[in-house]
Write a protein that binds this ligand. Sequence first.
Ligand code: PLP
Length: 397
Amino acid sequence: MISEKMMPLLRNNSAIRMMFEEGNRLAALYGRENVYDFSLGNPSVPAPPEVNQAIRDVLEEEDTLLVHGYMSNSGYEDVRQAIAQSLNDRFGTGFGARNLIMTVGAASALNIILKAVLNPDDEVLTFAPYFVEYGNYVRNYDGKLVVVPADTETFQPNLAVFRSMINKRTKAVIINTPNNPTGVIYSGETIRSLATILEEKQKEFGTEILLISDEPYRELAYDGIEVPYVTKFYANSVVCYSYSKSLSLPGERIGYVVIPDEVSESRELIAAAAIANRVIGSVNAPSLIQRVIKRCLNAKVNVEAYDRNRSALYDGLTNLGFECVRPQGAFYMWVKSPVEDEKEFCDVCREHHILVVPGSSFACGGYVRIAYCVSYDMIERSMPAFAKVAERYGLNK
Ligand code: PLP
């Protein structure tokens, strides 16, 4: 019954389920408070109060037929216009409602763009370590994800290798900044160099290469670091945005894609992406939450809470002798495994009731991802367990 394309996904899914079940098994044996589950990227900070208030206000103040009704596949025009204006105010861009399509989160934004541009066997480049779903999304449209190996010094994109991997089949490049799983933010200089390479290669091969910037973590940036807006650096670029983390609304499934006028054949691409929204079965982004977003454009989650977690975890782990990439954004810490096989390290962590994700799940072995979108309390409670792990590897001498 099950398709051949789905079989590997089924097998992979059981690995994720095993991690989840392991958390429950340990909690049943030792008590939830003695299990330190850092495996999931589920926001631990609640949505800002403006969101719940806006839900009530929409239901009380707006026409119910409109609120619950069908709409254009791109989403409500007034909502798109309001978001476009807010982007223009923040980034000096020139977007209008026409440039935005509301989507079912960043996942759907990526899917509709890939569906709109990929022909079978087209290549999509991304940089290790990367969010594992990219491979699935690209395969959905018979494309091929090609992975640029990590620059393990900086975890900024490895541009020299990237340049050598672009060919005439390269249709798109996906970047993700702030990054899951490293927490790194790509600097303006990096984006500028990447754009220059893409322009050169477009000329060399006489092709169009779309830069897709996946930005669910844009608002989670620390120490005042700016996240460059890619459309200002490279004409053929689109931005996939999401409110899953920026407003802690992952279950509401709301985001958008921006396709600027500067993109080659932009009108056709916008139309194709809107049709893709329909034919992949999303039809349009959820209606009520679109109306809510329009009222919450200035709302913010408590980023300071993540920042506090970040410092506690970073200081705690580095004091114990672990080598960590200091995160600039998102809510993940990327930690070097004290042994080559990071899965062994994950097993040792698990023996001490700590759950972390192996780097090989992000195409970058030798590291693990620790998601610090957890309670501050859990980070504090986990430190003695991390200390035992450090001791096991002779780190904290
Ligand atoms: N891209 C990255 C890098 C992510 O980490 C996630 C979710 O964790 C997504 C995309 C999907 O986000 P959404 O919930 O908006 O679909």
